[in-house]
Design a binder for this molecule. Sequence first.
Ligand SMILES: CC(C)(COP(=O)(O)OP(=O)(O)OC[C@H]1O[C@@H](n2cnc3c(N)ncnc32)[C@H](O)[C@@H]1OP(=O)(O)O)[C@@H](O)C(=O)NCCC(=O)NCCS
Length: 177
Amino acid sequence: MIFVRSILCEASAVTDFGIRAATHSDSEFLVDMLMDAVNWLPTRHWSRDQILANPALAHYVTGWMRRDDFGLVAVDPAHEPVGAAWFRYLTAADPGYGYVSDDVPELTIGVVQTWRGRGVGRALLRAALAAARERGVRTVSLSVERANFASRLYAAEGFRTVESFENSDTMVAEIGT
Ligand SMILES: CC(C)(COP(=O)(O)OP(=O)(O)OC[C@H]1O[C@@H](n2cnc3c(N)ncnc32)[C@H](O)[C@@H]1OP(=O)(O)O)[C@@H](O)C(=O)NCCC(=O)NCCS
């Protein structure tokens, strides 16, 4: 487990959280985080059932954890999960929104609302990219709706847009050494 101390300048508060590898038993929490990623717009309220019934969304979590799935979970001092970033290999036959190629895993990330803006998302993203690099992954991808501030976070952490759709961008990061 990596421990992180994030200093929240505005409130002069200190926030501690840990980051650990995701496991089989995180599947329900990953569904929670997929819900947060889908519902990032305050006006969007997709239910858990709606998301799990939609194959284009459910395939980011269905059957977690498969042999080639990997990810990280951020936890609070009581070890309760507060965020997750995970990769899944999707295929041309069942592509994700950020699909680039069968050998490029796609990232999903979410932080629980009360923990946002404290550095958890950036720390998770960096840890996820490091975990991918350690596994020998050279390129990773994601999809982000352009209006989501998260696209700026991704760009700041090395992602670049490779394809644009009406409201969303597919971004990749080359992480090979
Ligand atoms: C996107 C998300 C994972 C980022 O995690 P986070 O813990 O809130 O992000 P951090 O605190 O690490 O902040 C990362 C950067 O984003 C900025 N940021 C955070 N919240 C922001 C907001 N609401 N609006 C604009 N910028 C914001 C921070 O200022 C920081 O940049 P800085 O270091 O230059 O100041 C999280 O906000 C989230 O889960 N959102 C809802 C789900 C979602 O949108 N998922 C991504 C779908 S593609």
